[in-house]
Design a protein around this ligand. Structure first.
Ligand code: PEP
Ligand code: MG
Length: 312
């Protein structure tokens, strides 16, 4: 079975009734990009660009970044690459940026909040991204947005970084939906976006008020909690016909979750590179009508345990 999955992994996946589902890879390095290509990923749905910024004494230059992003795109053979702008904060400090000590770094100056406070850093990154997007298909994606104002500021920074030539034709603009406020207000963001990608790792932690990675609250932080599913449902309904809706949190490769996500209308699953063949194989066995009935039922349940019981 595994050999058959790998052989067909390079082909795009569609459900039994013909609904296409893009299966993309989450990557953090050029090596990951090679693995993703070998595993048949349709795209890179999330490039965690932090790898270029952490563990060094000075910020990477525009040229450094351009070279790395181009190398990733080359390793993926020209498939679309989603470059997420720097997503660090108090929990992952940068030695060359002064950050205040915070009691709750996950609720503090992180993600786009930090980037907007460091305009030179953001400008350099967006300049590198726009250069790469003049040669190859690129998505730029902004993390940790809560308000339209933040998105407008990010878009203005992007326009400045692209200069008088304007936005490259192959550049699409999106944001992570990983804050409940952004999920609930997604309609207000959509006119400014080509796509959204739901970051269920953070969306779950903020919805359930349960810190990710904290074993003491692990039981609470299940992305299949109906509260999280309701937010995903809201985003999918709002996005239909207006912007592509992806999921790039870990839940996108959870075999229990995949029928629900497809049933809710998620169009792209972005997963760890080695998961791609298995996720494509599962998508090919799904019936969207059946998935939609399951999803509708899951939305009415009381707990993640009940949802998992429904699926099991
Ligand atoms: C997420 O929050 O779901 C996500 C994909 O981003 P990260 O795990 O990098 O925070
Ligand atoms: Mg996140």
């Amino acid at each position: 079975q595994r050999r058959r999955d790998l052989a067909s992994a390079a082909e795009p996946a569609a459900t039994l009734d013909g609904t296409p589902v893009t299966v993309a890879a989450n990557i953090g390095s050029v090596d990951d990009a090679r693995t993703a290509a070998n595993c048949g990923a349709d795209e890179a749905g999330l490039v965690r660009t932090e790898f270029l910024f952490l563990g060094r004494d000075t910020a990477p230059s525009v040229e450094d970044q351009e070279r790395h992003y181009a190398e990733i795109a080359d390793a993926l053979g020209g498939r679309r690459v989603t470059l997420r702008t720097l997503d660090v904060g108090g929990d992952k400090p940068l030695s060359y940026v002064t950050m205040p000590t915070e009691d709750n770094p996950f609720l503090g100056v992180r993600g786009l909040r930090l980037a907007l406070e460091q305009p030179d850093l953001l400008h350099a990154q967006l300049a590198a991204i726009s250069r790469v997007a003049r040669r190859t298909p690129v998505n730029v994606m902004f993390p940790m947005i809560s308000t339209l104002r933040e998105l407008r500021e990010a878009r203005a920074a992007l326009d400045r970084a692209c200069g008088s030539d304007g936005l490259p034709g192959q550049l699409r603009v999106g944001m992570m939906v990983e804050v409940p406020a952004a999920a609930l207000k997604v309609e207000t963001f959509l006119p400014h976006l080509d796509f959204v990608s739901i970051g269920t790792n953070d969306l779950t932690q903020y919805t359930m008020a349960a810190e990710r990675g904290n074993p003491g609250v692990a039981r609470l932080s299940d992305p299949l909690d109906p509260a999280v599913l309701q937010l995903i449902d809201h985003v999918c309904r709002a996005g239909r016909g207006r912007a592509l809706v992806a999921v790039c949190g870990e839940v996108a490769s959870d075999p229990d979750a995949i029928p629900l996500l497809v049933g809710l209308g998620v169009q792209e699953l972005s997963v760890a590179p080695r998961m791609v063949p298995r996720v494509k194989a599962q998508v090919r066995d799904l019936d969207v009508g059946h998935c939609a009935v399951l999803a509708k039922r899951a939305l009415t349940l009381a707990s993640a345990a009940d949802v998992r019981a429904l699926l099991g």
